[in-house]
Design a protein around this ligand. Structure first.
Ligand code: NAP
Length: 262
């Protein structure tokens, strides 16, 4: 299916690896011009080179820097001639016990996983409305629907973003101008972040990474981890011309792991 977005410009944040890269790849395959960001310049440049080699890819621009800082957000926005598609993403906050978290740790989580996407939406959404096309996808987490106790910083900051977006997406000023905002909620996906977490658990428990991975897979009805590629393809659909009537939704991609009906 032609998604009808060839030639559009996308800013895909935190996209040198993992889920962000999956989104940038799927969009580049559709002929969308992409600006990608990440803090580590070397991996980012390598990803940009990979994307440029994709059949049908348009322009690919890499902007290195922490997206949670105003100057790096400014640089990323400046590199994108117009933002038709915005994919908000960044690293997730660390796990822990809320008794140990200081105000600074809370502020950092809120800054990165709530206020940064809101700032980027603020910087782009009105121009999207004027042009009559806009797609915003926020990568959040299944923990928004089913909180994970040790991820309190993530549960809190991402729920704040989710609540804000729920109100904004429903403004007729946006929806009637073909501007949609949706959240994509990953369950468990095979990315570097997850491998690093497994390494930490292996060191603590004495189990092998493979054993831990198998145990985790057993909790997912699909009996496997998701792939960044399939995550990216759903993101690309949310950004498509065809998805114009789909807004304000929290879409779980978790292989059936969430146990609720709604
Ligand atoms: P990943 O494989 O570690 O990739 C993270 C990407 O984001 C890298 O390109 C990283 O590059 C970049 N990045 C991180 N912090 C950044 C920042 N402040 N500014 C700019 N770029 C930044 O992680 P992932 O698994 O794709 O996870 C992406 C998001 O989804 C995270 O928020 C994670 O918590 C959430 N999530 C993931 C899963 C899962 O199963 N994978 C499940 C639920 C939620 P640099 O390090 O070079 O900046």
């Amino acid at each position: 299916m032609d998604l009808g977005i060839k030639g559009k410009w996308a800013l895909v944040c935190a996209a040198s690896k993992g889920l962000g890269k999956g989104c940038a790849t799927a969009l580049a395959r559709e002929g969308v011009n992409v600006v990608i960001t990440a803090r580590g310049a070397e991996t980012l440049e390598a990803t940009a080179a990979e994307l440029r080699r994709l059949p049908g890819a348009g322009q690919v621009i890499a902007v290195a820097g922490d997206i949670a800082t105003p100057e790096n957000r400014k640089a990323a926005l400046a590199a994108c001639p117009q933002v038709d598609i915005l994919v908000n993403n960044a690293g997730g906050p660390p796990p822990g016990d809320f008794r140990d978290w200081s105000r600074d740790e809370w502020i950092q989580a809120i800054d990165t996983n709530m206020l940064t996407p809101i700032e980027l939406i603020k910087a782009t959404v009105d121009a999207m409305c004027e042009r009559g096309f806009g797609r915003i996808v926020n990568i959040t987490s299944s923990s928004v629907k089913a909180p994970i106790d040790v991820l309190g910083l993530s549960n809190g900051a991402r729920s704040g973003l989710t609540g804000f977006v729920a109100g904004l997406a429903r403004q007729s000023r946006l929806a009637s101008r073909n501007v949609t905002i949706n959240n994509l909620l990953p369950g468990i996906f095979d990315t570097d972040r997850v491998t690093a977490t497994l390494k930490g658990q292996a060191a603590k428990t004495g189990k092998t990474i493979e054993e831990l991975k198998e145990a985790r897979k057993a909790t997912v009805p699909a009996r496997r981890y998701g792939t960044p590629e399939e995550f990216g393809q759903v993101c690309a659909f949310l950004c498509s011309a065809q998805a114009a009537y789909l807004t304000g939704q929290n879409i779980l991609l978790d292989g059936g792991a969430y146990p609720g009906t709604y």
